[in-house]
Design a protein around this ligand. Sequence first.
Ligand code: ATP
Ligand code: ATP
Ligand code: MG
Ligand code: MG
Ligand code: MG
Ligand code: MG
Ligand code: MG
Length: 322
Amino acid sequence: VLTPALIRFEYTRAFERPDPLLPNTWIVVRVDGRSFHRLSTHYSFAKPNDIRAINLANAAASAVLRSLPDLVFAYGQSDEYSFVFERATALFERRESKLVSTVVSCFTANYCFLWDKYFGESAEGLGGTSPAVRLDDGLGGGLPTFDGRAVCYPTMTNLRDYLSWRQADCHINNLYNTTFWAMVLRGDMGNKEAEEELKGSFSKDKNEILFSRFGINYNNEPEMFKKGNVVYRDVSPSLQSELQFNSADNAAQFGVLDAATPVLSDNSHNAATANTDPGAPNQLSKTQLEKERKKKAKAVIRIEHTDIIKDEFWLRRPWILG
Ligand code: ATP
Ligand code: ATP
Ligand code: MG
Ligand code: MG
Ligand code: MG
Ligand code: MG
Ligand code: MG
């Protein structure tokens, strides 16, 4: 209803900045915990990897995928999570601020809501009772908060390189942290001392320190710590039976194909998205869109700790980046 007051003031809407993201690109929203170095100390996270915190972040990420069906993939490590929207998404008309803020607040809300489930009642509750947390110490009153940003990746290579970068970062940091905390917690070294020794060291040096001083073979560390957390929508068993083996399309797309690797290709999807102009976003009819929506709703959300740098993961799950 347009009252005189609304008419008088609504011109201020024109000050809003249009912020649609580039069409036909994969939109990645990455969230990162604010001051988690301090937050993890405050809540006594196990070092270097608190498995409760990892499971909590994974549960929050799964909830984000359930809440936003246009998300096809997510990768998490440390206090960050990257969420990948399907290339053709039209969610919020691809407006950057809407997409970023919705993902960040959905992740944050679920992270806080699920905290007790993963940290248990024995641990100090979120927010805490200690007056120190209540002070404005940069922890927002002791509650976990996250920042977020969106980046558009125009090619599958760019997108996969982005995800490879995050997984490589996970590995490098985990090797460093595993070595550092072994030296501090088991080698009785001071933080400064351990930091000093590790400065400028190579991977092989850290592997050597772990093995010779602590009997740790880094290769035997849990995959969850080395590889991080891979979340994706898997098609349901009933849908899997509809899928047929077809490697030609994917070989062309990835440029590489291990002949021994059976590649699942979703023909119904290919037919629905058949488009002669490779640069144009997929144009789906109403019924096709509805079919896609139902398929996504039926899909199971999986969490794995596996390599996403090599081709195999993607060749075996071609529907993810479709
Ligand atoms: P910023 O606000 O700039 O992001 P930050 O303190 O969060 O600052 P990050 O570079 O994001 O800095 O690093 C996150 C830190 O959170 C890690 O250095 C690590 O100390 C801690 N951390 C994250 N996840 C875990 C975990 N599962 N177990 C233990 N510590 C963790
Ligand atoms: P969108 O996701 O696009 O924002 P929306 O349903 O949230 O969709 P808004 O334009 O944001 O639409 O409108 C918010 C609606 O929330 C209002 O129309 C009203 O129905 C409801 N609402 C908000 N605050 C209250 C309140 N305090 N009490 C009752 N209803 C409320
Ligand atoms: Mg940071
Ligand atoms: Mg952080
Ligand atoms: Mg971080
Ligand atoms: Mg609203
Ligand atoms: Mg509103």
